[in-house]
Design a protein around this ligand. Structure first.
Ligand code: APR
Length: 171
């Protein structure tokens, strides 16, 4: 049974197999969690990302973790929120699905997600959490032995409360 857990933490400090980065399409770093991950991983991560030639919104690409405790970083550009009529929900779901697909292909048993798109990209927190949980639950139902645990890492207490409520309601 795959455990789904929400916790308030700095994702760069988590000793999991793979952390997911809320990147932008250039994959060349930025602010928010992207900036934190690049700072913690060191210059090797940027060098590896340069070789990836960017990534489309909703897609995902994987690198090593370099100086991070995590073995892998999975980079996925989330959608910018434009009010919900530009396929944002489907693109956000695709970020979670593609990231899990890559994690599974690389044998990662524990995966940690930040709250993709809810910072600079302005995606409403509650709706993003619902899409994230729905997508992850669907994936682990279809791949029940793929992971030991999937973590929803919240930097903000607001997000932690949303995930805890949604997780408790369901289980
Ligand atoms: N650990 C975990 N979560 C974090 C951390 C951290 N160290 N730092 C920030 N966060 C959280 C934010 O609080 C927010 O809840 O990550 C979530 C995603 O916010 P952003 O990092 O702003 O990402 P996003 O909204 O997807 O915007 C992506 O911002 O940093 C740039 O290069 C990035 O252009 C891209 C855009």
């Amino acid at each position: 049974m795959t455990r789904l857990l929400a916790q308030q933490a700095d994702i760069t400090q988590l000793n999991v197999d793979a952390i997911v980065n809320a990147a932008n399409c250039t994959l060349l770093g930025g602010g928010g969690v992207d900036g934190a991950i690049h700072r913690a991983a060191g210059p090797g991560l940027l060098q590896a990302c340069r070789a990836l030639n960017g990534c489309q919104t909703g897609q995902a690409k994987i690198t090593g973790g370099f100086n991070l405790p995590a073995r892998f970083v999975i980079h996925t550009p989330g959608p910018v929120w434009h009010g919900g009529n530009r396929n944002e929900e489907a693109l956000l779901a695709s970020c979670y699905r593609c990231a899990l697909q890559l994690a599974m292909q690389h044998g990662a048993r524990t995966v940690a997600f930040p709250c993709i798109s809810t910072g600079v990209y302005g995606y409403p927190h509650e709706q993003a959490a619902q899409t994230a949980l729905q997508t992850v639950r669907q994936f682990i139902t279809q791949n029940p032995t793929a992971f030991d645990a999937v973590y929803f890492v919240c930097f903000l207490a607001e997000d932690l409360h949303i995930y805890q409520r949604l997780l408790n309601t369901h289980d």
